[in-house]
Ligand binder design. Structure first.
Ligand SMILES: Nc1ncnc2c1ncn2[C@@H]1O[C@H](COP(=O)(O)OP(=O)(O)OP(=O)(O)O)[C@@H](O)[C@H]1O
Ligand SMILES: O=P(O)(O)O[C@@H]1[C@H](O)[C@H](O)[C@@H](OP(=O)(O)O)[C@H](OP(=O)(O)O)[C@H]1O
Length: 333
Protein backbone atom coordinates (compact mmCIF):
# COMPACT_ATOMS: atom_id res chain seq x y z
CA UNK A 1 0.00 0.00 0.00
CA UNK A 2 1.47 3.34 -0.99
CA UNK A 3 1.88 6.01 1.62
CA UNK A 4 -0.16 9.16 1.09
CA UNK A 5 1.60 12.50 1.41
CA UNK A 6 -0.61 13.64 4.25
CA UNK A 7 1.05 14.10 7.61
CA UNK A 8 -0.69 14.75 10.90
CA UNK A 9 -0.50 18.56 10.68
CA UNK A 10 -3.81 20.33 10.99
CA UNK A 11 -4.85 22.36 7.94
CA UNK A 12 -6.10 25.26 10.01
CA UNK A 13 -2.82 25.63 11.86
CA UNK A 14 -1.16 26.01 8.49
CA UNK A 15 -3.54 28.76 7.48
CA UNK A 16 -2.81 30.86 10.53
CA UNK A 17 0.84 30.23 9.94
CA UNK A 18 0.59 31.31 6.29
CA UNK A 19 -1.32 34.44 7.22
CA UNK A 20 1.34 35.33 9.73
CA UNK A 21 4.06 34.65 7.21
CA UNK A 22 2.33 36.94 4.77
CA UNK A 23 1.83 39.62 7.39
CA UNK A 24 -1.92 39.07 7.47
CA UNK A 25 -4.26 38.53 10.39
CA UNK A 26 -6.87 35.90 9.58
CA UNK A 27 -8.87 36.79 12.68
CA UNK A 28 -9.72 40.16 11.13
CA UNK A 29 -11.16 38.74 7.92
CA UNK A 30 -14.41 40.24 6.74
CA UNK A 31 -15.78 39.53 3.32
CA UNK A 32 -18.49 41.01 1.18
CA UNK A 33 -19.71 39.51 -2.02
CA UNK A 34 -20.85 41.45 -5.07
CA UNK A 35 -21.57 39.75 -8.40
CA UNK A 36 -18.29 38.21 -9.55
CA UNK A 37 -16.13 40.17 -7.18
CA UNK A 38 -15.50 39.19 -3.59
CA UNK A 39 -13.91 41.88 -1.45
CA UNK A 40 -12.03 40.58 1.53
CA UNK A 41 -10.76 42.70 4.37
CA UNK A 42 -7.79 40.70 5.53
CA UNK A 43 -6.58 43.37 7.93
CA UNK A 44 -8.48 46.59 8.74
CA UNK A 45 -6.41 48.54 6.24
CA UNK A 46 -5.58 45.91 3.60
CA UNK A 47 -8.16 44.84 1.02
CA UNK A 48 -7.93 42.08 -1.54
CA UNK A 49 -10.41 41.92 -4.39
CA UNK A 50 -11.19 38.32 -5.24
CA UNK A 51 -12.62 37.55 -8.66
CA UNK A 52 -13.76 34.53 -10.61
CA UNK A 53 -10.88 33.61 -12.95
CA UNK A 54 -11.46 34.78 -16.52
CA UNK A 55 -9.25 32.11 -18.02
CA UNK A 56 -10.15 28.92 -16.17
CA UNK A 57 -10.72 26.09 -18.65
CA UNK A 58 -11.56 23.02 -16.52
CA UNK A 59 -12.23 21.77 -12.99
CA UNK A 60 -14.57 23.05 -10.29
CA UNK A 61 -15.72 26.58 -11.04
CA UNK A 62 -16.80 29.40 -8.76
CA UNK A 63 -19.93 30.13 -10.76
CA UNK A 64 -23.61 29.77 -9.85
CA UNK A 65 -22.83 29.57 -6.14
CA UNK A 66 -20.41 26.65 -6.51
CA UNK A 67 -17.09 26.19 -4.79
CA UNK A 68 -14.21 27.09 -7.07
CA UNK A 69 -10.99 29.05 -7.35
CA UNK A 70 -10.62 32.82 -7.19
CA UNK A 71 -7.92 35.22 -8.33
CA UNK A 72 -6.76 38.62 -7.15
CA UNK A 73 -5.20 41.53 -9.02
CA UNK A 74 -1.68 40.77 -7.91
CA UNK A 75 -1.28 37.54 -9.90
CA UNK A 76 -2.39 35.01 -7.30
CA UNK A 77 -4.73 32.06 -7.75
CA UNK A 78 -6.68 30.84 -4.70
CA UNK A 79 -7.72 27.19 -4.94
CA UNK A 80 -10.17 26.11 -2.21
CA UNK A 81 -9.06 23.09 -0.22
CA UNK A 82 -11.64 20.37 -0.49
CA UNK A 83 -12.91 19.02 2.85
CA UNK A 84 -11.97 15.43 2.19
CA UNK A 85 -8.56 13.88 1.68
CA UNK A 86 -8.20 15.55 -1.72
CA UNK A 87 -7.63 18.85 0.11
CA UNK A 88 -5.12 17.46 2.59
CA UNK A 89 -3.29 15.50 -0.13
CA UNK A 90 -2.88 18.57 -2.35
CA UNK A 91 -1.75 20.71 0.57
CA UNK A 92 0.76 18.06 1.64
CA UNK A 93 2.12 18.00 -1.91
CA UNK A 94 2.58 21.77 -2.14
CA UNK A 95 4.25 21.84 1.26
CA UNK A 96 6.76 19.16 0.30
CA UNK A 97 7.48 19.50 -3.40
CA UNK A 98 10.06 22.26 -3.53
CA UNK A 99 12.51 20.39 -1.30
CA UNK A 100 12.00 17.13 -3.20
CA UNK A 101 12.36 18.25 -6.79
CA UNK A 102 15.52 19.13 -8.69
CA UNK A 103 15.91 22.83 -9.31
CA UNK A 104 15.39 22.66 -13.09
CA UNK A 105 12.02 20.91 -12.61
CA UNK A 106 10.52 23.31 -10.06
CA UNK A 107 9.65 25.83 -12.76
CA UNK A 108 7.09 23.35 -14.10
CA UNK A 109 4.98 23.91 -10.98
CA UNK A 110 3.09 27.05 -9.98
CA UNK A 111 4.78 29.02 -7.21
CA UNK A 112 3.18 28.16 -3.85
CA UNK A 113 2.67 31.05 -1.41
CA UNK A 114 1.13 29.08 1.47
CA UNK A 115 -2.50 28.98 2.46
CA UNK A 116 -4.99 31.65 3.39
CA UNK A 117 -8.48 31.76 4.83
CA UNK A 118 -10.69 33.29 2.16
CA UNK A 119 -14.47 33.67 1.89
CA UNK A 120 -15.48 30.66 -0.21
CA UNK A 121 -17.21 31.33 -3.53
CA UNK A 122 -20.20 29.13 -2.58
CA UNK A 123 -21.08 31.41 0.33
CA UNK A 124 -20.21 28.79 2.95
CA UNK A 125 -17.89 31.14 4.85
CA UNK A 126 -14.17 31.29 5.43
CA UNK A 127 -12.27 28.34 4.00
CA UNK A 128 -8.57 27.59 3.63
CA UNK A 129 -7.32 28.15 0.09
CA UNK A 130 -4.00 27.28 -1.51
CA UNK A 131 -2.37 30.51 -2.65
CA UNK A 132 -0.68 29.84 -5.99
CA UNK A 133 0.88 31.80 -8.78
CA UNK A 134 -1.84 32.72 -11.30
CA UNK A 135 -0.22 31.41 -14.45
CA UNK A 136 -2.52 33.40 -16.70
CA UNK A 137 -1.95 36.80 -15.13
CA UNK A 138 -0.36 39.48 -17.32
CA UNK A 139 -1.81 37.90 -20.45
CA UNK A 140 -4.72 39.51 -22.18
CA UNK A 141 -5.64 36.69 -24.54
CA UNK A 142 -3.95 33.45 -23.52
CA UNK A 143 -4.77 30.21 -25.32
CA UNK A 144 -4.85 27.35 -22.80
CA UNK A 145 -5.05 23.56 -22.91
CA UNK A 146 -5.65 21.44 -19.80
CA UNK A 147 -4.46 17.89 -20.54
CA UNK A 148 -5.04 15.24 -17.88
CA UNK A 149 -2.16 12.80 -18.15
CA UNK A 150 -2.24 9.03 -17.57
CA UNK A 151 -4.29 6.10 -18.81
CA UNK A 152 -5.84 5.91 -15.35
CA UNK A 153 -6.75 8.88 -13.20
CA UNK A 154 -7.20 7.12 -9.87
CA UNK A 155 -4.75 6.09 -7.23
CA UNK A 156 -4.82 2.39 -6.29
CA UNK A 157 -5.42 3.58 -2.72
CA UNK A 158 -8.69 5.27 -3.61
CA UNK A 159 -12.02 3.87 -2.44
CA UNK A 160 -13.84 1.36 -4.66
CA UNK A 161 -16.57 3.95 -5.30
CA UNK A 162 -14.06 6.57 -6.41
CA UNK A 163 -12.25 4.08 -8.67
CA UNK A 164 -15.52 3.06 -10.33
CA UNK A 165 -16.48 6.70 -10.95
CA UNK A 166 -13.05 7.65 -12.28
CA UNK A 167 -12.82 4.52 -14.43
CA UNK A 168 -16.11 5.37 -16.07
CA UNK A 169 -14.76 8.84 -16.96
CA UNK A 170 -11.52 7.32 -18.20
CA UNK A 171 -13.31 4.87 -20.48
CA UNK A 172 -15.68 7.45 -21.91
CA UNK A 173 -12.83 9.77 -22.88
CA UNK A 174 -9.47 9.27 -24.60
CA UNK A 175 -7.80 8.57 -21.25
CA UNK A 176 -7.78 4.79 -21.67
CA UNK A 177 -7.04 4.73 -25.40
CA UNK A 178 -4.49 7.56 -25.66
CA UNK A 179 -3.13 7.77 -22.12
CA UNK A 180 -4.36 11.36 -21.74
CA UNK A 181 -7.46 13.46 -22.28
CA UNK A 182 -8.11 17.11 -22.92
CA UNK A 183 -10.08 18.31 -19.88
CA UNK A 184 -10.70 21.84 -21.07
CA UNK A 185 -9.43 24.51 -23.41
CA UNK A 186 -9.73 27.98 -24.78
CA UNK A 187 -8.15 29.08 -28.04
CA UNK A 188 -7.92 32.74 -28.95
CA UNK A 189 -8.52 33.41 -32.62
CA UNK A 190 -8.78 37.15 -33.16
CA UNK A 191 -10.21 40.38 -31.83
CA UNK A 192 -13.28 39.86 -34.01
CA UNK A 193 -14.05 36.21 -33.26
CA UNK A 194 -12.60 36.03 -29.72
CA UNK A 195 -12.17 32.59 -28.12
CA UNK A 196 -13.19 29.08 -29.03
CA UNK A 197 -14.07 27.53 -25.69
CA UNK A 198 -16.11 24.36 -26.23
CA UNK A 199 -18.48 23.21 -23.49
CA UNK A 200 -17.39 20.50 -21.04
CA UNK A 201 -19.70 17.94 -22.67
CA UNK A 202 -18.16 18.49 -26.10
CA UNK A 203 -14.62 18.30 -24.70
CA UNK A 204 -15.41 15.02 -22.95
CA UNK A 205 -16.55 13.50 -26.24
CA UNK A 206 -13.30 14.25 -28.11
CA UNK A 207 -11.92 11.38 -30.19
CA UNK A 208 -8.24 10.93 -31.13
CA UNK A 209 -8.89 12.86 -34.36
CA UNK A 210 -10.53 15.69 -32.43
CA UNK A 211 -7.44 15.86 -30.22
CA UNK A 212 -5.24 16.17 -33.33
CA UNK A 213 -7.44 18.95 -34.65
CA UNK A 214 -7.36 20.83 -31.33
CA UNK A 215 -3.56 20.62 -31.28
CA UNK A 216 -3.50 22.11 -34.77
CA UNK A 217 -5.97 24.87 -33.92
CA UNK A 218 -3.94 25.74 -30.83
CA UNK A 219 -1.07 26.95 -33.04
CA UNK A 220 -3.07 28.47 -35.89
CA UNK A 221 -4.11 31.99 -36.78
CA UNK A 222 -7.45 30.69 -38.05
CA UNK A 223 -9.67 27.89 -36.78
CA UNK A 224 -11.81 27.31 -39.87
CA UNK A 225 -12.00 25.88 -42.49
CA UNK A 226 -8.52 24.36 -42.15
CA UNK A 227 -6.19 25.54 -39.34
CA UNK A 228 -3.01 26.98 -40.90
CA UNK A 229 -0.62 25.85 -38.07
CA UNK A 230 1.40 28.98 -38.79
CA UNK A 231 2.70 29.22 -35.20
CA UNK A 232 3.65 25.53 -34.90
CA UNK A 233 7.39 26.03 -35.43
CA UNK A 234 7.62 28.85 -32.87
CA UNK A 235 5.24 27.43 -30.27
CA UNK A 236 5.73 23.65 -30.49
CA UNK A 237 9.25 23.84 -31.95
CA UNK A 238 12.29 25.90 -31.04
CA UNK A 239 14.67 25.57 -28.14
CA UNK A 240 12.20 26.84 -25.55
CA UNK A 241 9.03 25.63 -27.28
CA UNK A 242 6.45 23.24 -25.88
CA UNK A 243 8.07 20.11 -27.30
CA UNK A 244 11.45 20.90 -25.73
CA UNK A 245 9.78 21.55 -22.38
CA UNK A 246 7.80 18.31 -22.57
CA UNK A 247 10.97 16.39 -23.39
CA UNK A 248 12.71 17.91 -20.39
CA UNK A 249 9.82 16.81 -18.21
CA UNK A 250 9.88 13.34 -19.77
CA UNK A 251 13.59 12.94 -19.02
CA UNK A 252 12.82 13.63 -15.36
CA UNK A 253 9.87 11.23 -15.32
CA UNK A 254 12.08 8.48 -16.73
CA UNK A 255 14.07 8.66 -13.55
CA UNK A 256 12.02 10.19 -10.73
CA UNK A 257 10.69 7.90 -8.02
CA UNK A 258 9.41 10.58 -5.65
CA UNK A 259 5.78 11.03 -6.65
CA UNK A 260 3.00 9.33 -8.57
CA UNK A 261 0.93 12.09 -10.16
CA UNK A 262 -2.53 10.52 -10.56
CA UNK A 263 -5.09 12.71 -12.29
CA UNK A 264 -2.62 15.54 -12.67
CA UNK A 265 -2.87 17.92 -15.63
CA UNK A 266 -0.41 19.57 -17.93
CA UNK A 267 -1.50 23.13 -18.48
CA UNK A 268 -0.19 24.56 -21.76
CA UNK A 269 -0.39 28.32 -22.05
CA UNK A 270 0.54 30.36 -25.06
CA UNK A 271 0.09 33.92 -26.17
CA UNK A 272 -0.11 34.06 -29.95
CA UNK A 273 0.08 37.84 -29.87
CA UNK A 274 3.57 37.57 -28.37
CA UNK A 275 4.58 35.69 -31.53
CA UNK A 276 2.89 38.21 -33.81
CA UNK A 277 4.56 41.05 -31.95
CA UNK A 278 7.87 39.43 -32.86
CA UNK A 279 8.98 38.91 -29.26
CA UNK A 280 12.30 37.13 -29.33
CA UNK A 281 11.03 34.66 -26.72
CA UNK A 282 7.30 34.01 -27.27
CA UNK A 283 5.17 33.33 -24.21
CA UNK A 284 4.95 29.53 -24.01
CA UNK A 285 4.44 27.84 -20.66
CA UNK A 286 4.08 24.23 -19.58
CA UNK A 287 2.92 23.74 -16.00
CA UNK A 288 1.76 20.81 -13.92
CA UNK A 289 -1.36 21.38 -11.82
CA UNK A 290 -3.81 19.46 -9.62
CA UNK A 291 -2.18 17.26 -7.01
CA UNK A 292 -5.28 16.09 -5.14
CA UNK A 293 -4.41 12.46 -5.97
CA UNK A 294 -0.60 12.62 -5.88
CA UNK A 295 1.04 10.00 -3.66
CA UNK A 296 4.56 8.97 -2.75
CA UNK A 297 6.21 6.79 -5.38
CA UNK A 298 8.21 4.62 -3.00
CA UNK A 299 11.02 3.90 -5.40
CA UNK A 300 8.89 3.04 -8.45
CA UNK A 301 8.72 5.25 -11.55
CA UNK A 302 5.38 6.82 -12.44
CA UNK A 303 4.80 4.66 -15.51
CA UNK A 304 1.18 5.81 -15.71
CA UNK A 305 2.17 9.46 -16.12
CA UNK A 306 5.26 8.68 -18.19
CA UNK A 307 3.28 6.59 -20.70
CA UNK A 308 0.64 9.30 -21.06
CA UNK A 309 3.28 11.98 -21.46
CA UNK A 310 5.04 9.99 -24.23
CA UNK A 311 1.74 9.57 -26.03
CA UNK A 312 0.98 13.30 -25.77
CA UNK A 313 4.48 14.18 -26.99
CA UNK A 314 3.88 11.99 -30.05
CA UNK A 315 0.69 13.90 -30.89
CA UNK A 316 2.44 17.28 -30.55
CA UNK A 317 5.45 16.09 -32.62
CA UNK A 318 3.19 14.96 -35.42
CA UNK A 319 1.57 18.38 -35.71
CA UNK A 320 5.02 19.96 -35.82
CA UNK A 321 6.32 17.54 -38.45
CA UNK A 322 3.20 17.90 -40.63
CA UNK A 323 3.44 21.68 -40.49
CA UNK A 324 7.08 21.55 -41.64
CA UNK A 325 6.13 19.27 -44.55
CA UNK A 326 3.32 21.66 -45.53
CA UNK A 327 5.71 24.63 -45.44
CA UNK A 328 8.21 22.82 -47.70
CA UNK A 329 5.44 21.78 -50.11
CA UNK A 330 4.10 25.34 -50.21
CA UNK A 331 7.56 26.67 -51.08
CA UNK A 332 7.62 24.41 -54.19
CA UNK A 333 4.21 25.55 -55.39
N1 LIG B 1 -2.10 28.21 -10.80
C1 LIG B 1 -3.06 28.44 -11.68
N2 LIG B 1 -3.09 29.60 -12.38
C2 LIG B 1 -4.07 29.83 -13.30
N3 LIG B 1 -5.05 28.97 -13.58
C3 LIG B 1 -5.07 27.79 -12.91
C4 LIG B 1 -4.08 27.46 -11.95
N4 LIG B 1 -4.36 26.24 -11.46
C5 LIG B 1 -5.48 25.81 -12.09
N5 LIG B 1 -5.91 26.75 -12.97
C6 LIG B 1 -7.12 26.69 -13.79
O1 LIG B 1 -8.12 25.98 -13.09
C7 LIG B 1 -8.48 24.78 -13.78
C8 LIG B 1 -8.74 23.66 -12.80
O2 LIG B 1 -7.60 23.45 -12.00
P1 LIG B 1 -7.44 22.15 -11.10
O3 LIG B 1 -7.36 20.96 -11.99
O4 LIG B 1 -6.33 22.39 -10.16
O5 LIG B 1 -8.85 22.16 -10.32
P2 LIG B 1 -9.80 20.98 -9.84
O6 LIG B 1 -11.07 21.61 -9.46
O7 LIG B 1 -9.06 20.15 -8.83
O8 LIG B 1 -10.00 20.13 -11.16
P3 LIG B 1 -10.61 18.64 -11.35
O9 LIG B 1 -12.09 18.76 -11.22
O10 LIG B 1 -10.16 18.27 -12.74
O11 LIG B 1 -9.99 17.79 -10.29
C9 LIG B 1 -7.38 24.53 -14.78
O12 LIG B 1 -7.87 23.89 -15.94
C10 LIG B 1 -6.90 25.94 -15.10
O13 LIG B 1 -7.72 26.53 -16.09
O1 LIG C 1 -13.12 14.84 -16.03
P1 LIG C 1 -14.55 14.87 -15.59
O2 LIG C 1 -15.39 13.93 -16.31
O3 LIG C 1 -15.07 16.26 -15.54
O4 LIG C 1 -14.61 14.29 -14.09
C1 LIG C 1 -14.09 15.00 -13.01
C2 LIG C 1 -12.59 14.70 -12.90
O5 LIG C 1 -12.38 13.32 -12.83
C3 LIG C 1 -12.02 15.35 -11.67
O6 LIG C 1 -10.65 14.99 -11.56
C4 LIG C 1 -12.79 14.96 -10.41
O7 LIG C 1 -12.35 15.76 -9.36
P2 LIG C 1 -11.25 15.29 -8.31
O8 LIG C 1 -9.99 15.10 -9.09
O9 LIG C 1 -11.17 16.43 -7.38
O10 LIG C 1 -11.73 14.02 -7.69
C5 LIG C 1 -14.26 15.26 -10.56
O11 LIG C 1 -14.90 14.72 -9.43
P3 LIG C 1 -15.98 15.50 -8.52
O12 LIG C 1 -17.03 15.98 -9.49
O13 LIG C 1 -16.42 14.48 -7.56
O14 LIG C 1 -15.27 16.58 -7.84
C6 LIG C 1 -14.85 14.59 -11.78
O15 LIG C 1 -16.21 14.96 -11.93
Amino acid sequence: MKRSLVGSTNVFYSNRHACQTMGMASSHSRVTSHQNVIRSQVTPSFYIMFKIPKHQVAGHQAIDGNLGPLVDDSGRFYKPLQDDERGTTELAFYRSFSSKLPHHIRGFFPVFYGTQLVEASDGSGLRPHLVLQDITSNHLNPSILDVKIGSRTWSPEASEDYIQKALEGDRLTTTVTLGFRISGLQIYESKESGYWKPARKEVKSFSADDVRLVLRKFVSSNLEPEPDCCFASTIYGGCSGILEQLLELKAWFEDQTVYHFHSCSLLLLIDKESVLNGRTVPFVEVKLIDFAHTVEAEGVIDHNFLGGLCSFIKFVSEVLTDSKVSTIQASFN
